[in-house]
Structures are given as structure tokens and as C-alpha cells.
Design a protein around this ligand. Structure first.
Ligand code: COA
Length: 183
């Protein structure tokens, strides 16, 4: 897990985060994932890893800015979710959550990072393209609520020896940005 400069923190998501998470979830996805699913993910699913990005000023309670999760399936890391509080978007937090996942993929010596994204979700696609994910497939009518296709995006860690260097450069830029953030 990336160690962030104070007052920011990345840590494992816990059950006590679920009330705040549910509010972000409701405001982030057309069909929000139910709290009981997150509860299962956190307590039962041995393949699942979830992270919380929080802000904690000395005198105030810790606040959840966003969260992300992934499953480890053989030599693949599959990103299950990334979401940032709608009031805190555009500040680099989604990028930070993704960057942390990519570093964790190296920590686990995984070869491939994969995800599905709605075809209409241009913002998330821009984020993944920024981290050099390629479009490799399409799952037809994957999302039952709208009948929309999912685009399958991947980044192959083993095929790109320069990628860690690229990630370290991004980390430097993001940390500089965090240091200047007024929240
Ligand atoms: C996708 C999401 C996590 C991005 O989080 P964020 O903190 O707002 O994003 P960041 O500030 O870190 O931006 C990182 C990159 O994302 C892309 N991006 C972010 N906001 C964007 C916007 N309004 N328009 C276009 N691209 C955008 C850009 O590539 C940006 O890089 P840049 O700053 O160099 O332009 C956030 O929009 C979100 O929670 N969306 C709802 C949930 C969701 O769709 N999750 C993804 C499911 S696959």
C-alpha cells in the first residue's frame, strides 16, 4: 500500500467504512452495489482486496474520499471497483487509487491487470488510458440495467519493462499535487 503524505491515508477498507462508502456508491453508479455485497467481499471473499482513501485532519474525524477494490485470480489482478466522492473529484484521488492498485499488482508479482468499464463511461476510460490500459475486448450487453456493453481493458505488466518507471514518475507528480491540495 502506498504511504501518503498527511492528512491523506490509504489503508484497507473496513466494515466501519460501509456507511460512508454506501453514500459514495449511491452517487457514483447507475446500479450501486449493495452494502451486503461489500460486507461479503470484506469478510468472506479471500480473493478480494479493498482500499480506502481517507482524509484526517488533527481535530476532525477521518473522512472517506474514495475506495477501490480488486480480486487476484491466478496471475491476474482484476479491478472490481474504483469510486471517488463526487464532491472530491478531479483532484487526483481516482488516479491515486488506481496507481496504488498497480503498485500492489507488482507487490503480488502479477502479470496482468484487467477491468471492465461501461462503454459510456468516458471519464473512467480516460483515467485507464492515461495508465496505458488497452482495449482488448467487449462484453455484449454486460450491464443489465441499461443493456450497455462493457469494454475490457488490460495492462500487461510483464510485457512493459518501462512501466514501473512510468508509475514512479506518476507517483511523484501526484504526491506533489497532494501536498498542494487544500481540503
Ligand atoms: C472515475 C473516477 C474514479 C475518477 O476519479 P477522480 O478522482 O475524479 O479522477 P482524477 O482527478 O484522479 O483524474 C484522473 C484522470 O481521470 C480522467 N478524468 C477525470 N475527470 C475527468 C473528466 N471530468 N473528464 C475527462 N477525463 C477525466 C483524466 O484522464 C484524469 O487525468 P488528468 O487529470 O491528467 O486529466 C470518478 O470519476 C468516479 O468515481 N466516477 C464514478 C465511478 C466510476 O465510474 N468508476 C469507474 C468504474 S470502471
Amino acid at each position: 500500500m502506498l504511504q501518503l503524505p498527511e492528512p491523506f491515508r490509504l489503508r484497507p477498507l473496513s466494515l466501519s467504512d460501509l456507511p460512508e462508502l454506501s453514500v459514495i456508491e449511491q452517487n457514483s453508479f447507475p446500479t450501486p452495489t449493495k452494502e451486503k455485497v461489500f460486507r461479503y467481499e470484506l469478510t468472506e471473499n479471500k480473493l478480494a482486496h479493498y482500499q480506502a482513501l481517507t482524509l484526517k485532519h488533527e481535530t476532525q474525524a477521518e473522512r472517506l474520499l474514495g475506495y477501490a477494490g480488486f480480486w487476484i485470480l491466478a496471475d491476474e489482478l482484476h479491478i472490481s471497483t474504483i469510486a471517488v466522492d463526487p464532491n472530491q473529484r478531479g483532484l487526483g484521488f481516482g488516479e491515486l487509487l488506481l496507481l496504488n492498485i498497480l503498485f500492489m499488482a507488482y507487490e503480488h508479482s502479477l502479470a496482468l491487470v484487467t477491468l471492465e468499464v461501461r462503454e459510456s463511461n468516458q471519464i473512467a476510460q480516460a483515467l485507464y488510458r492515461k495508465y496505458v490500459f488497452d482495449f482488448v475486448g467487449r462484453r455484449l450487453r454486460y450491464y443489465r440495467d441499461t443493456g450497455e456493453d462493457a469494454l475490457l481493458m488490460t495492462v500487461n505488466l510483464k510485457a512493459n519493462p518501462q512501466y514501473p518507471h512510468f508509475l514512479h514518475g506518476k507517483r511523484k507528480q501526484l504526491f506533489t499535487r497532494l501536498a498542494g491540495a487544500q481540503l
